[in-house]
Design a binder for this molecule. Structure first.
Ligand code: ADP
Ligand code: NA
Length: 330
């Protein structure tokens, strides 16, 4: 029996991924790769919609790929590749852009948010058509499911609309994918600002736990995490966002239930609790960091793995693209 297809990706927007990317995406990908025929992309074409230094972008792309592997995405089990290595992404995006309404694209809330932040001089047409490229990413692989954060749900809806529209107009070329929305419990917040999402593009990284940081740096950040004056280790997102966030990280990394962690630290202070979490983080990320650094130490081998995986991705993507070209008369 063939396994259902899965597609997901991340932008190479920093040298290191952060614990939210790990818990919210990579840990899930690692589990899902068993039951699905999974395609995991480092979406460097998408990253071009933000200002980038070319050498830095290339380095971030390699580092992101190394962290996928170090976190347990197996290049022999999943197809783990760099988006720009497969030209069909850009080619299909062009075809899809010709069946996307201008007004339809203009309704994307992420574009509205980002363009408001960038201002009209910094807002490119590429940022506007970003969701169309994302639709191409997904549809090329005939993905059944697409694990995404809440913020990407609208883009997957657009992807579904474009697939149905194309199939209706030109004949069946695409499977219509279903989003798999990340659970709320997998949402990690900034340690210094526990009501805003931890992000690799945060303005200050004082509250960001980096996968590739020296473990002693992560431990210090945990010890300095914002809590409250109540003094009890108890989950309450509204009243105790800082402590709740630490509990979520603790639970996710150990596979334990939150009440069992609350019990363990009942009657003890935040200092003990933070020390416990720091140990968990060091134990989990220590080996991941080690493995990522080893991979980055052997660029030829990493390139070989990425090239082999890109070839596998390309074989699937080119088949879809050839069918699409044929159907539209190219
Ligand atoms: P970032 O904000 O770090 O740049 P992206 O927006 O590139 O992250 O998201 C990459 C993946 O990581 C997505 O699947 C997203 O849902 C997940 N992710 C990012 N930040 C978090 C977080 N704080 N908590 C949980 N998941 C997250
Ligand atoms: Na981002």
């Amino acid at each position: 029996m063939t396994k259902p297809r899965l597609y997901s990706g991340m932008q190479p927007s920093a040298d290191s991924l952060q614990v939210g990317n790990y818990i919210g995406a990579l840990m899930q990908w690692r589990d899902l790769q068993e039951a699905y025929d999974a395609y995991f992309s480092v979406v460097d074409l998408h990253a071009l919609t933000q200002p980038n230094d070319p050498a830095e972008l290339r380095e971030k792309t390699r580092r992101t790929a190394a962290q996928y592997i170090a976190a347990g995405i197996e290049p022999s089990k999943s197809t783990l590749y760099v988006q720009s290595h497969v030209p069909a992404h850009a080619q299909l995006a062009w075809v899809l852009s010709t069946i996307t309404g201008f007004g339809e694209a203009g309704r994307m809330t992420q574009f509205k948010d980002k363009s408001a932040r960038y201002g009209s001089d910094q807002t490119s047409v590429g940022l506007f058509t970003y969701p169309v490229l994302m639709a191409a990413d997904i549809l090329l692989y005939q993905a059944d499911i697409v694990p995404v954060g809440d913020d990407q749900k609208q883009h997957v809806e657009l992807t579904r609309d474009l697939a149905e529209r194309f199939n209706g107009r030109f004949g069946e070329a695409f499977r219509v994918p279903v989003p798999m929305i990340q659970q709320d419990t997998a949402r990690i917040y900034d340690l210094q600002n526990p009501t805003s999402k931890m992000s690799k593009s945060a303005e200050s990284d004082a509250g960001v736990l980096w996968l590739l940081d020296d473990p002693t740096v992560s431990a210090k950040k945990i010890m300095r995490a914002v809590t409250d004056s109540d003094g009890t280790v108890r989950f309450d997102r509204q009243a105790k966002p800082g402590v709740s966030n630490l509990l979520v990280i603790y639970a996710a990394l150990t596979g334990r239930q939150i009440p069992s962690i609350e019990d363990e630290y009942a009657g003890r202070g935040y200092g003990d609790f933070k020390k416990g979490l720091a140990e968990v983080v060091v134990e989990e990320f220590g080996p991941v960091r080690q493995r990522a650094l080893e991979l980055l130490d052997d660029p030829a081998e990493l390139d070989r793995v990425l090239a082999a995986n890109a070839a596998r991705a390309e074989a699937v993507a080119d088949k879809t693209l050839a069918d699409v070209y044929d159907k539209v008369g190219l």
